[in-house]
Design a protein around this ligand. Structure first.
Ligand code: PAF
Length: 285
């Protein structure tokens, strides 16, 4: 497996692979890789022959310097894990490779504005976050020019925002969705989990437990979104979490639902101490 840090070297390797008739697959990540990330590799491999794993903690999508600074960075062990997962190349650029003019220089960069799927949910409580995401993902796509790129359903809204980006800007890239991966006790895998104290981790478990209960209630016939939302919020608050949002939305359009006629996506964000956790589950009547 190759580890590359410059755009020029990456481009030359990708051109070689293309000349050899290989389809390129991209796994965009911010590193601190866990089994959820690793599960993305075989998913994109089904649509490609040469898999590039991108590791870049993108400063423009963070809302606070403290959140950016505390984001875990573990390049050495990430590269080991990527090799074990069968990745062909890790691209791990420094910030000035991606943003050569710097981020605090007053330089006015071109950027991409996220579309309507970015409104509400994380878009409402993290202003500018999805603009940062779609801008950097556009940069990834322009540099790698992948045939396929994989995004996890853990970041459900992000997946929809990226699908909209590719659709609206006519990017010839197949976006592949990969299922959310949980710890055996239910906690959704996230690089942020390692920032949790053991008490906050315990509190955080109430998220998946309340989502599973919501799924059971809807399957047993409860159609009222308000009833489900209150049950989830109450459980999270009782566990000591600070709720950011609890919503049930249309699985495709992300429009909030008042009742669950066939399916809905229950999406949750809550703080365990200073750590913001997100999770979601498909509800089916
Ligand atoms: O999901 C993430 O880790 C990031 O938002 C992404 C897509 C790699 C963009 O920085």
């Amino acid at each position: 497996m190759r580890i590359v840090k410059t755009v020029a070297e990456l481009r030359s390797i990708i051109s070689e692979q293309r000349r050899a008739g290989k389809r390129i697959g991209l796994v965009p990540t911010m590193g601190a890789l866990h089994p959820g990330h690793m599960s993305l590799v075989p998913v994109v491999r089904e649509h490609s022959d040469f898999v590039v794993l991108w590791i870049f903690v993108n400063p423009t999508q963070f809302n606070s310097k403290q959140d950016l600074d505390s984001y875990p960075r573990e390049l050495e062990s990430d590269c080991r894990k990527a090799g074990q997962a069968g990745v062909d190349l890790v691209f791990a650029p420094e910030a000035d490779e991606i943003y050569p003019e710097g981020l605090d220089s007053g330089y006015q960069r071109c950027s991409v504005a996220a579309g309507g799927y970015s409104r509400g949910l994380c878009g409402a409580t993290r202003p500018g976050h999805f603009d940062g995401v779609v801008s950097v993902v556009t940069i990834f796509f322009n540099i790698v020019q992948p045939d396929a790129a994989v995004f996890g359903e853990k970041d459900y809204q992000q997946l929809k925002v990226i699908q909209q980006l590719v659709h609206d800007l006519h990017m010839p890239i197949k976006i592949v969705a990969a299922p959310l991966v949980r710890e055996t006790d239910g906690l959704a895998l996230s690089s942020r989990n390692q920032l949790l104290s053991s008490e906050d981790r315990e509190r955080g478990l109430s998220i998946s437990h309340s989502l599973f209960e919501a799924k059971r209630l809807v399957a047993a016939g409860e159609p009222d979104a308000a009833v489900i939302r209150s049950m989830v919020s109450e459980q999270l608050e009782a566990a000591g979490l600070k709720v950011d949002y609890v919503e049930i939305v249309d699985t495709e359009t992300l429009v909030p639902l008042r009742s669950i006629e066939s399916t809905g996506q229950l999406v949750v964000a809550a703080f365990a101490g200073a750590v913001r956790l997100i999770d979601n589950i498909r509800l089916e009547k």
